[in-house]
Design a protein around this ligand. Structure first.
Ligand SMILES: Cc1cc2nc3c(=O)[nH]c(=O)nc-3n(C[C@H](O)[C@H](O)[C@H](O)COP(=O)(O)O)c2cc1C
Length: 405
């Protein structure tokens, strides 16, 4: 594989020599792209000797080969280690003033960064904001580790060890195919329960998490049936392009129920991510409800919708795995977990992904944080982009003990 290793100007650059060596030993073609400052820590001769390729910081070398774009477009993976606060800020802003900056903009390959800096720099809101931005664009962040720092201080800021970065790189270069030829049914988005011809009861689900669950499954080789309720603009764009994902659009909880019944027939794994209305209006007016027709008040009678997850569990075919999502508004982690445990026991799913939501968290953000729960207790905690949470979900499904139903 073609791996670009960007190196920026931190003391930890000397450790990146070991990382480059490990990648070369593993058989990859490695191109090192240092920043000018990085060369003050480890020089060109070392990088060239260890990577066995010419090294430059400038976009003006090898212009005939259009090297400034070629490295990024050819890369299967770009690593930045160490990633200084300065380089992270430049990445976040998309600054392309040197070969590393241009390569990072030109690439569509996965990007892995290993930050290294003093704790105060790491914890500064500017750096944290940049990291959040980069994560939201799909950049994988490894570390920093906690421990002794240059200058005698101690705290989060150490670059993780090169062996650990190499292992993360290998995982990104060899995506898991553990769902090859499996059929997966996923629901996503929110439902809308009509009140009259123009109004509905809905919710704030963006559909992003379910779309990422579908994309992550497809990347692992699954054929995916994605049942999507109402989602934010653009959320289904990547899934709609994917040859292994078939999308069915639905609106009400009853539509979603019927579509998921169909999608889960013959599926190996069913994942209910959709935010389904628990209740619907008892009657739907065929005329627009008008203020003028009432006495200034209006009463809405609701009836409970059938529990789709419970129904899918009741109708599961032998060997089928069922995963539920629980969006809870618990005050703390202990209460969140307890609610999750009770829900899992009630629903009988193999796995429950429990996340805390409130007005600012969970729904419309690109990030998520969740506890993965089985009947035996928590089996993992996922924190990061919704794609990272989706991958953690599939890792947890792969790790489930053999099926006994
Ligand atoms: C001895 C020394 C060690 C440094 N270590 C770090 C570091 O670990 N992380 C960091 O963000 N900056 C570190 N800096 C500051 C950077 O070198 C400086 O911000 C530089 O502009 C980074 O440029 P670059 O990101 O283009 O490589 C260090 C500076 C010196 C002199």
């Amino acid at each position: 594989m073609f791996v670009v290793v960007g190196v920026s100007g931190g003391i930890a650059a000397y450790k990146t020599v070991t990382l480059v060596r490990a990648l070369v030993t593993n058989g990859h073609e490695v191109h090192v792209v240092p920043t000018e400052d990085a060369l003050r820590f480890v020089g060109t001769a070392t990088w060239e000797a260890i990577s066995r390729h010419p090294v430059t910081t400038s976009v003006h070398d090898d212009v005939a080969e259009v090297r400034h774009v070629a490295l990024g477009t050819r890369a299967d993976l770009v690593i930045v280690a160490p990633a200084t606060a300065n380089t992270l800020a430049k990445m976040s802003a998309g600054i392309a003033g040197d070969l590393l900056g241009v390569t990072l903009l030109a690439t569509t390959a996965p990007v892995l960064v290993a930050p290294a800096m003093h704790t105060a720099m790491w914890e500064h809101p500017a750096t944290q904001h940049n990291i959040t931005t980069l994560r939201s664009r799909g950049v994988q962040v490894i570390g920093p580790a906690d421990g002794p720092l240059t200058g005698g201080d101690s705290g989060p800021g150490r670059m993780v060890e090169p062996e650990e970065i190499a292992a993360a790189a290998e995982a990104l270069l060899a995506p898991r195919r553990d769902l090859a030829d499996r059929i997966v049914a996923v629901s996503t988005g929110g439902t809308r329960e009509p009140l009259d011809p123009v109004r509905f009861l809905g919710n704030r689900s963006s559909g992003r998490q379910g779309a990422e669950v579908a994309l992550a499954a497809a990347a692992r080789g699954a054929r995916v049936r994605l049942v999507a309720g109402h989602v934010d603009d653009g959320v289904l764009a990547a899934a709609a392009q994917h040859p292994s994902i078939e999308i069915t659009r639905v609106s009400t909880a009853a539509d979603l129920h019927e579509a998921m019944r169909g999608a889960s027939a013959g599926a190996d794994v069913v994942v209910m991510v959709a935010a389904v209305a628990d209740f619907r209006p008892q009657t739907v007016s065929d005329q627009k409800l008008r203020k003028e027709d009432g006495d200034g008040t209006a009463t809405l009678s609701l009836v409970a919708n059938p529990d789709i997850l419970l129904d899918l569990v009741a109708h599961r075919v032998p060997g089928q795995r069922i995963v539920g999502f629980a969006a809870e508004t618990a005050a703390d982690d202990a209460e969140l977990l307890e609610r999750g445990r009770r829900k899992l026991a009630r629903k009988g799913t193999d796995l429950l992904v429990v996340n805390r939501v409130d007005w600012d968290r969970g729904f419309e953000s690109p990030d998520n944080e969740a506890v993965l729960l089985t009947a035996d207790g928590p089996v993992g905690r996922a924190r990061g982009t919704k794609r990272e949470v989706a991958d953690a979900l599939w890792d947890a499904v792969a790790a489930l003990p053999p099926v006994d139903h």
